[in-house]
Design a protein around this ligand. Structure first.
Ligand code: ADP
Length: 431
């Protein structure tokens, strides 16, 4: 119940993060596209405004520098300014210093009366391209600049271009982006929900695995501890007894202590494996020689148990491996082979090369593993026969550790049911 609440909160957090990330990405894209479109749409207009302004300013400077040709002509009429207008959409307004339009006749009185009568000079944006609206309806882009020619009564010149068409495109585009944003928000809420669920799945899975691991470990630790505690309490009830009389209790406690010690060291290995804390120290190992050395005590044990032990080592290769872990791997497989075979059974280790890979097989003619249980045997704490495992001292962690060691050496391990009897563990390692 508590876990479910934590998971739900975490999923909600993931969902929020995803939603925020999606929204930020969409907003950035929208802003970039919007400003690009706007820039492209108005770039031609702005270029025309600037180049015409430049032309007019050049004319003004020429007028100032060259003396008037004919004094009687008086100040040059503003009409001259209209010459060379490159775009018919361009409107030139000449303002006097009191803010009145002085070239009303050039603009056309009809146009002036209809649109510009209530239009005022706004000198706050000098030399900057600005947007303006006339009659709250018509959109213009304009540039206003000071007139340097002292010969006339023009104080400011304003160049304007009507951009209603561009403005309509922009407002349509704005509407489109708003609609897209609404659709996007709905889509990203659903996507965030699906994604957050997907993100939570491995977390829930490993959380459950971890909880199961802790539960199993506690259970496995409790059993030997209870046995030891009972035996010690029994010993305490008769302190005057001799050790020889209590031999059984002491031996059992000792064997449970050994079991505890092995269990804790296995648990530690797996816990370190999970946290990727264990670093392997790889070095060149001659496979056949190494296996021969590790197997030699096992040969003796097998023979002492009336079991046949054979070796077929023919790979004659060297691999990069962690010596301690490679030894541990062989011990796990050989221990199991001994544990799960009976008198007169045989145990063998074989090495050879196949497809540029080193193959190591540990095979036995023992009790074998049922087909339906094959898929579980590398799971932690899995034991096919709990009663037998307890007898033999196994807790079901050996093959999990073996699997981890092989994976860390970039190899694979699989279990094969022998044709006649028993099991073969086949390991493939890269050369
Ligand atoms: P355990 O410590 O119980 O042996 P392992 O992880 O080494 O744990 O093995 C898991 C289980 O796989 C064992 O309990 C046993 O049922 C089965 N198993 C492993 N090796 C063999 C084998 N050579 N023959 C038959 N069964 C085996």
């Amino acid at each position: 119940m508590f876990n479910k609440k934590i998971f739900r909160n975490q999923q909600l957090k993931f969902m929020l993060f995803n939603l925020i990330a999606f929204t930020v990405i969409f907003t950035i894209f929208s802003i970039i596209i919007f400003s690009q479109v706007q820039q492209t749409l108005f770039s031609k207009t702005d270029e025309e405004l600037l180049s015409f302004k430049e032309m007019l300013v050049d004319n003004m400077l020429n007028d100032v520098n060259s003396p008037p040709q004919n004094k009687d002509n008086g100040p040059r009429p503003p009409k001259d300014r209209q010459r060379g207008i490159p775009n018919p959409r361009m409107i030139v307004l000449n303002w006097d210093k009191d803010g009145n339009i002085v070239n009303e006749d050039q603009i056309g009185s009809l146009f002036y009366e209809n649109y510009l009568q209530d239009y005022h000079l706004d000198p706050s944006n000098i030399d900057e391209i600005t947007m303006t609206t006339i009659n709250n309806l018509y959109h213009f882009r304009y540039i206003l600049f000071k007139d340097t020619n002292k010969d006339d009564d023009i104080a400011y010149t304003q160049l304007m271009i009507n951009v209603d068409a561009e403005q309509t495109i922009m407002s349509n585009f704005e509407k489109l982006i708003t609609i897209c944003a609404a659709i996007f928000i709905i889509l990203s809420i659903s996507a965030s929900y699906i994604l957050s669920r997907k993100m939570m799945q491995p977390i829930i899975h490993s959380w459950n695995k971890q909880a199961e691991f802790v539960e199993n470990a506690s259970h496995e630790l409790r059993t030997p501890l209870t046995i030891i505690q009972n035996k010690l309490e029994l010993l305490l009830t008769k302190p005057q007894d001799r050790i020889a009389d209590k031999f059984e209790s002491i031996a059992l406690s000792l064997s449970e202590t050994r079991r505890l010690s092995k269990l804790t060291s296995d648990l530690l290995t797996l816990a370190r494996a999970d946290s990727a804390e264990t670093q392997l120290v790889k070095q060149p190992i001659h496979v056949d020689t190494f296996i021969k050395n590790v197997c030699s005590p096992y040969k003796e044990i097998a023979e002492s148990q009336d079991k046949n032990f054979w070796l077929h080592l023919s790979c004659n290769s060297t691999i990069q491996a962690d010596e301690v872990r490679f030894h541990q791997l062989l011990v796990i497989l050989l221990d199991n082979a001994l544990k799960y075979t009976n008198d007169n059974d045989s145990i063998g280790v074989k090495t050879y090369t196949e497809d540029q890979k080193i193959i190591l097989e540990v095979t036995d003619t023992g009790i074998g593993i049922k087909d339906e249980n094959m898929k579980y045997i590398f799971d932690r704490f899995y034991r096919e026969d709990r009663a037998r495992s307890r007898e033999t001292g196994g807790v079901g962690l050996g093959l999990s550790i073996a699997h981890w060691i092989i994976t860390k050496h970039n190899g694979t391990i699989k279990v094969i049911q022998n044709d006649k009897r028993g099991t073969t563990f086949k390991i493939k390692l890269p050369k």
